[in-house]
Design a binder for this molecule. Sequence first.
Ligand code: EPZ
Length: 436
Amino acid sequence: MDVFEIQGGVRLNGSIRVNGSKNSALPLLAACLLTDQPITLSDVPELLDTSNMLRLIDELGCQRVDDKPDRASGMTFQTLDTTNHHARYDIVKTMRGSICVLGPLLAARGRARVAMPGGCAIGQRPVDLHLRGLEALGATIELDSGDIVATAPAGGLKGSRLFLGGAFGSTVLGTANVMSAATLAKGQTIIESAACEPEIVDLAKLLVQMGAKISGAGSPRITIQGVDSLSGAQHTVMPDRIEAGTFMCAAAITNSDITLENCPLDALMALTNTLQQVGVDIQPADQTDPMRLTARITSARVLQPAVITTQPHPGFPTDLQAQMIALLCIADGHSVVTEKIFPERFMHLAELQRMGAMVFRQGPTAIISGVRQLVGAPVMASDLRASACLVLAGLAAQGTTTIHRVYHLDRGYEKLEERLAALGAKIVRKTDPNQD
Ligand code: EPZ
């Protein structure tokens, strides 16, 4: 397994382009199962998770039909074989996001067999809301040897009014599953307490391009009028707001001056609001498309503490909680971060303590007392965003930080070490000598 070796204390400079969003690309790829017409997707990021999703939809009969040499200019997919409706455990276990094929498969083929995704480092990751939402559309749901077996009624799914909220608020992929399935259900579906994340808006844009009738995406109430079939379409994946936020934190923690291109500033207002309070200046260079801006990031030498609670969009995103904690480790004062979406999402705290951070956990809350300087150390990545947090800490720390198990990072950040090195960071990928 690979490691990252970082020599900290180097200021970054230059510009970096934000890639297409992982968390948008996965449901967009799943939506290709809803039609037998070709779908062209541009800016699908080159990641472990998207490669696994390509493998999964290929197994489900949706193949790549273009002959382009790379992904940059877009990939075209077409469902040519609908016989297999089983999303196997050995793919689903590598990526929980595979669950988002459930709704499209059920709606397009009348049945779906999808392995129950396991838990992961950030929590149990239940799918009860997904299943309840699909049952509200008339599906029969059974569990068989670890697989979800969903069957539509003989006449197909039927639209209904349903409430999709749970104890932790809305569900992003649950909303994607139910909204996708409802596009081919008979009649009207109203999803109350739908997820408002920008990735849901991006998915709705593709579905509408395919001929679906959807209104309210981005709000807690989404209305879908079912249609008989969906056509082909072309769509560019929205920029990755979490990657953009991670780069903003990288600039701030190293007191750098960098420019982000293709930056979805409009989808990051909770983060930018907090960063501005902490002492980070975010200057959009133009106002053409607030979802694809060029933005210059600079910060004060001394950062201020903050009090943050993660919430569903438009609240502070849970996927930027770890990166923000890394930044607050060197702020001048005490910060409090409460994690309301995944209360166990604190695997990064113990590793930050190894680097001299003064962070303490009290249940779903982390208390951070800023220190003047972090110190480089060997640390262990555990999940995607915790790994990003450790990279940020390593960029700021004095001395060398070695991050083990960087395959976690490769799931959600494309060639991160190369792109940071292009900004002047002293970061290299090496093979782990101990192969732990
Ligand atoms: C999506 O996961 C993202 N993943 C996650 O990003 C992100 O953290 C999460 O949304 C919240 O924003 C993708 O889009 C691929 P949820 P999802 O259903 O949809 C509970 C990353 O780092 N819940 O919105 O699986 C759940 O336990 C990843 O890129 C139920 O109780 O998350 C959690 O507490 C990590 N029952 C809360 O809701 C359900 O049926 C939000 O989960 C579903 C969820």
